[in-house]
Design a protein around this ligand. Structure first.
Ligand SMILES: [Zn+2]
Length: 288
């Protein structure tokens, strides 16, 4: 059984009433068609707007991308500059080392990868990261190297200030370093220092930086001072009339430590000055 519907179109005034008879099936199909069209239109419209939105985001991303590219290029230029500074530093470092210690040749140590030119056309993050790592390595090397240079300088400085130099008092040489006839026994005997004649009370000064290890009175040297300077150096000052330091006193070159005298086994007012290197007396005249 097929139901039918009658649609009546009734105009406003006196015209004929129109009747349309439609089957149930036609009505349902028409409704489905209309609904389908509406859905299609809706989909197309939303899709269009979504595309528009995507395009906007895409454009924005393009802008951001270009900005980031520029920043990357700038980073590369900065990195290039840093690397060049690093090379200059390494070169000056090598020169300092050579001047400090010409015997050991220290080549300019520029780490691998620091030498080549950066390709600024390709903004490659991996390359950039590699360059940064190399730079970090170079900085570490430089830091170590500077530490060594500083130690070298310290050593040089300490050795220089620990090596006896100059006259310990104002006077004139009366007896040299070496074999001589003993003024007491007449037998030939080793004289292990210099005798410097000077008036009693003349200032006696340290000839290098160091620490007093002995300040005492002995039968032979009388009032005697011994200073340890490190690096194997020791100095001895004998026959003083007065001692102005104690064992343990730190002294600098030029510090007054005693006054010339005639104590101990001595035949007149003078200073007996001795320099020992690793326990062996050496001729102090080479160091005056
Ligand atoms: Zn002497």
């Amino acid at each position: 059984m097929s139901r039918r519907f009658t649609l009546m179109v009734i105009p406003d005034s006196g015209k004929r009433v129109r009747r349309v008879v439609v089957s149930h099936r036609l009505l349902v199909s028409s409704l489905v068609l209309v609904l389908g069209c509406a859905l299609l239109v809706g989909y197309v419209v939303t899709d269009y707007f979504r595309l528009q939105l995507d395009q906007q985001q895409f454009n924005q991303l393009l802008v951001e991308n270009s900005e980031q590219r520029q920043q990357l290029e700038q980073l590369k230029r900065d990195l290039d500059g840093l690397r060049n500074e690093m090379i200059v530093l390494a070169e000056s470092d090598a020169r300092v080392r050579e001047s400090l210690d010409p015997s050991t040749k220290n080549p300019v140590t520029v780490p691998v990868g620091i030498g080549g030119a950066l390709d600024t056309n390709t903004a490659d993050m991996t390359t950039l990261q590699k360059q940064i790592n190399n730079l970090r390595l170079a900085i570490d090397l430089r830091r170590e190297s500077q530490e060594e240079v500083r130690n070298l300088l310290n050593d040089k400085h300490s050795l220089a200030s620990a090596t006896p130099r100059g006259w310990p008092t104002k006077g004139w040489l009366t007896s040299y370093f070496g074999m001589r006839s003993s003024p007491y026994t007449g037998r030939r005997k080793m004289h292990e220092g210099l005798d410097i004649a000077a008036n009693t009370g003349t200032r006696v000064t340290a000839t290098a930086d160091g620490v007093v290890v002995k300040a005492t009175t002995e039968p032979g040297f009388g009032k005697v001072v011994m200073i340890d300077h490190g690096y194997g150096y020791r100095t001895i000052f004998g026959h003083n009339s007065k001692i102005l330091v104690k064992a343990g006193t730190r002294v600098k070159r030029g510090d007054k430590i005693a006054e010339v005298g005639n104590t101990g086994r001595s035949t007149g007012s003078h200073l007996h000055y001795e320099v020992r290197l690793n326990g062996v007396p050496i001729d102090p005249r080479k160091l005056l």
